[in-house]
Design a protein around this ligand. Sequence first.
Ligand code: URA
Length: 183
Amino acid sequence: MTLREIHAQTRRCRRCHLHKTRLNVVPGEGSSNAKVMFVGEAPGAEEDKSGRPFVGRSGELLTEMLEEIGLQRESVFITSVLKCRPPRNRTPLVSEIEACIPYLHRQIEAINPRIIVLLGGVAISSVIGPWKLSDAHGRFYEHDGRTFFMTYHPAAALRFPKIRTVMRSDMQALREELSMSGG
Ligand code: URA
């Protein structure tokens, strides 16, 4: 299935009740040949309004951190576990994650990225299982024949300067791995 087809499916989706409160579906954006894919938690208010991932304050920080390691936003693929905003940005319910995660798996198949970066605890537990973020961050992890890299969510990095510092150093580890594996 192509990315375009997957994204059309998400826009018609009524697999959970979030379709009733969303303004727009936020399937994700970026290159369909991306070597690196970033997976957040769920769209927030700005994303819900615009239909684009990571365009609010967390998104600005993520974009800045990408540029710091020599990645342009357009050259990677950016998405979240949930494609629709939970009311008042509450944490996604397990039932919502279960309903929505097939779209992320289809996106991974379609893009076939070299590395999938999981941003924060919800992305990590939804995709590879429960890890303590303090142990998980900065690590590469092989799972289901794919390479994952785990780090903090930029929203946490925005709130806590110490996490921001740790996330920046995780991103440097990602840069090194990318340069070793040929860009
Ligand atoms: N946080 C996320 O996890 N995803 C977005 O798209 C925006 C903020």
